[in-house]
Write a protein that binds this ligand. Structure first.
Ligand SMILES: C[S@@+](CC[C@H](N)C(=O)[O-])C[C@H]1O[C@@H](n2cnc3c(N)ncnc32)[C@H](O)[C@@H]1O
Length: 266
């Protein structure tokens, strides 16, 4: 059976909002600090989603750059297009399926970015080789994704509520291992930067909204915990009890996002 790891776009928006509201640190600011960005750069953002990274690069370089964003989701691309139009359409946005050969000739871009997406690729080494191919010699690939210790509290609460083991996550279970190794095999140098963002939450509701957006029943990944809407709601009730008990005891929940930024040079 082919498992669909992809989440819905509203789930993603919910989780981004909760990060923005309860996290103290800004991941885009960190990305801009760790990357060797220069005016005039030609940038490809692979799996650009609604255009978050395209917008950050554009602002940081005062518009003095050439940015292409590609994604497979028509819905997210149209959100990116809205953002793009609001700022005078500086980006080229296009449909790009990273499971297929990219529609670019070799040695084109100074920077390729692929944020929170590489683990959705069907053949990760292939997608990494495509990003390598389209980079100029000396060009840089930036990839971000969850490290194994990411949001431990979230998994601890689910485990306490269900007494079941947590299924391997497509991101955190292999990002720092298989995916990093694949980048090391393809690129001449890979550096690792770590971003930690503790989300401090003092009532159960935002944690539950985050949990719903992560576990929503269409994510087949969690089939061991629930199989239909009714069993999903039962699990959510138990998770609510555990989260509330912890808040009563400790006054807050602290869930730390731990993200790895892999900076690979061609
Ligand atoms: C978690 S989102 C990240 C989006 C964006 N980079 C960000 O950080 O806001 C994962 C993205 O991967 C994209 N994606 C999934 N499969 C893809 C594929 N085969 N080709 C291109 N993009 C894909 C999704 O459409 C989605 O935009």
């Amino acid at each position: 059976m082919k498992i669909n790891y992809q989440e819905t776009t509203s789930d993603l928006a919910t989780r981004i909002d909760i990060h923005n509201q309860y996290g103290g640190r800004d991941i885009d600011k960190w990305m801009l600090e760790v990357l060797p960005l220069k005016q005039g750069m030609k940038i490809l953002d692979v799996a650009c989603g609604a255009g978050k990274q395209c917008t950050s690069f554009h602002k940081h370089l005062d518009g003095n750059c050439n940015i292409t964003g590609g994604d497979v989701s028509a819905d997210l691309l149209s959100q990116a297009q809205e953002r793009n139009q609001e700022i005078g359409s500086p980006f080229t946005l296009m449909e790009l399926n990273f499971n297929q050969r990219f529609p670019f000739i070799d040695d084109q871009f100074d920077l390729a970015s692929c944020c929170f997406a590489i683990y959705y690729a069907e053949d990760i080494p292939f997608t990494i080789r495509e990003m390598h191919r389209v980079l100029k010699p000396g060009g840089v690939l930036f990839s971000s994704g969850p490290m194994p210790e990411n949001k431990q509290l979230f998994y601890d609460i689910i485990h306490e509520a269900t007494q079941k083991s947590i299924p391997p996550m497509p991101g955190s279970s292999r990002y720092a291992s298989g995916i990093l190794n694949s980048m090391k095999e393809t690129f001449s140098k890979v550096e690792i930067e770590i971003f930690e963002n503790p989300l401090t939450i003092d009532s159960a509701e935002p944690f539950l909204a985050y949990t719903r957006a992560s576990l929503s029943e269409d994510r087949k990944l969690w089939n061991d915990l629930f199989t239909d809407k009714a069993s999903f709601e039962q699990v959510m009730t138990r998770i609510t009890e555990v989260a509330q008990r912890r808040i009563e005891k400790e006054g807050k929940l602290v869930m730390t996002k731990v993200v790895g930024g892999f900076i690979a040079t061609k």
